[in-house]
Write a protein that binds this ligand. Structure first.
Ligand code: AHR
Length: 501
């Protein structure tokens, strides 16, 4: 099939916020214990941080990491996680029915963020706790000294404040599974009062209010509207969460998931702007898509996991090529909404629905989804262009018409333009022509593809490199302001073009 993209250098969506390529570390399963932290592992540093995991996180390029949950945070007592590790209590975590030994806590996490070169996005417990505990934690983390909580941090060996600027006001508090579920009114008031108090301590903080747990919640989008009616003037972002499944093993339907993400983002933007109009406000609320990924492979296995153990193997999805293509389309969709989505966190980072897997005492490896994330994080920084795509498509049962090609283009402002592309067709290549208006002196730099003859191919401990990106057989052809290339069936593609200023 043939497709055509037209773009113009001056037609821009927005500058992509680097925090679109964030991730999430929760005290869940083997994400922390046996993932990030495994004392005694041959690659562990003296603090127990796995150096092989640090290296892979650096390779992914993750500018922000949300922590410590997730559902976990709604029962979390942060005070348990600081001070001498040997004196910290073991607690029962009701969210995941596991035992939390508190050997890795707040200060260890901050040290880990420094080791991987990222910054923390700290979630607060607004489930079982409230404004007071949030303020205590903020004072412990960010106040230089001379107050009870900041002096405690200093006594714990951290004379300098952690300087954490980005905070989540709870997690999924509309969810009946959440410890401390709230009505929109209860949460809206609590979010407002907590945000107000936190900004009294530091007006430069950036705060994320909880949106609905997903777009199919009964209370969506009334939850968003009510919460914002109360908290609008005090919060900066509204959160979105969404996980995508392929229970029916229908590749066309699964590959259309990003159309669902697109519609979800549009609805939340519309709701936030409705409240803006009602309030006659000049402030714009931006979006934080702080949990997204494919999640379904492990759901059955999780029912058999022994409760109340430390670091049990939960949510350990083994991702296929097909999943990687969906992740690619989701990344492209986030970039296409760079004007409103400023933060996004793939959930999660290690072992738990994650791009990085580890074996206890053994190696760490890259899952299939690692690659589209790494490419988007490396080459998706810059100005996202507002391209026009002309491409045949198909009708998805859940999401309506979907083009076979999903595409975005990012100009890095330093003479390189990157096209990120997914061909959703299982059988047909796309003969693509791209017209690049306003650019001169084009030359093709590279075309990397992620594909495999078996759409269920996965990377495992035994075969960690079964699915990995390779240069396409033929470089794109350039003729004047046009680029011509073949996009292989069922593939993720990175096409990089040098341009003259
Ligand atoms: O990421 C796994 C879980 O999914 C998180 O703890 C929760 O916020 C969401 O429901």
């Amino acid at each position: 099939m043939r497709a055509r993209i037209r773009l113009e250098k001056e037609y821009r969506i927005a500058e992509a916020d680097p925090r679109l390529f964030g991730a999430f570390v929760e005290h869940l399963g083997r994400c922390v214990y046996g993932g990030v932290y495994e004392p005694g592992h041959p690659h562990a540093d003296p603090q127990g941080l796995r150096r092989d995991v640090v290296a892979l996180v650096k390779e992914l390029g993750v500018p922000v990491v949300r922590y410590p949950g997730g559902n976990f945070v709604s029962g979390f007592r942060w005070e348990d996680s600081v001070g001498p590790a040997a004196e910290r209590p073991r607690r029962l975590d009701l969210a995941w029915r596991s035992t939390e030994p508190n050997l890795f806590g707040l200060n260890e996490f901050v040290a880990w963020t420094r080791a991987v070169g990222t910054s923390p996005m700290m979630a607060l417990n607004l489930g079982t706790r409230g404004t007071e505990a949030a303020l205590d934690l903020l004072e412990y983390c960010n106040h230089p000294g001379g107050s009870a909580w900041s002096d405690l941090r200093r006594r714990h060996g951290f004379p300098e404040p952690h300087g954490i600027k980005l905070w989540c006001l709870g997690n999924e508090l509309d969810g009946p599974w959440q410890v401390g579920q709230k009505s929109p009114l209860e949460y809206g008031r609590l979010a407002r009062e907590t945000a107000k108090a936190m900004k009294l301590l530091d007006p430069t903080l950036e705060l994320v209010a909880c949106g609905s747990s997903h777009g199919r919640m009964e209370t969506f989008p009334e939850w968003e509207a009510t919460v914002l009616e109360h908290a609008y003037d005090y919060v900066d972002y509204l959160s979105l969460h969404s996980y995508y499944q392929n229970h029916e093993d229908d590749p066309a339907e699964f590959l259309a998931s990003s159309a669902g993400m697109d519609a979800f983002i549009r609805s939340v933007v519309a709701t936030a702007d409705y409240v803006k109009a009602r309030r006659r406000s000049h402030r714009t609320i931006h979006l934080s898509f702080d949990e997204w990924n494919v999640w379904f492979h492990s759901m059955e296995a999780d029912r058999t996991v022994q409760p109340w153990t430390v670091g049990p193997p939960l949510l350990e999805d083994v991702y296929t090529l097909e999943d990687a293509l969906v992740v690619g389309t989701l990344l492209i969709t986030l970039l296409k909404h760079a004007d409103r989505v400023k933060i996004a966190c793939i959930a999660q980072l290690v072992n738990v629905i994650a791009p990085i897997m580890t074996a206890p005492g053994g190696p760490a490896w890259r899952q299939t989804i690692f690659y589209p994330f790494m490419h988007a994080s490396r080459f998706g920084r810059g100005t996202v262009l507002d391209l026009r795509l002309d491409c045949p498509g198909y009708e998805s049962k859940k999401h309506g018409p979907v083009p076979y090609l999903e595409a975005t283009a990012v100009d890095d402002g330093r003479g390189t333009l990157t096209l990120l592309l997914v061909n959703r067709s299982v059988a047909e290549p796309v003969e693509l022509e791209v017209q690049l208006g306003g650019y001169q002196g084009l030359s093709a730099l590279e075309h990397q593809e992620l594909r495999h003859p078996d759409r269920k191919a996965a990377n495992t401990r035994e075969r960690p490199d079964a699915v990995q990106p390779r240069p396409a057989a033929k470089k794109p052809e350039v003729e004047g302001d046009r680029l011509r290339l073949a996009v292989a069936p069922f593939s993720w593609n990175v096409v990089r073009v040098a341009t003259r200023a």
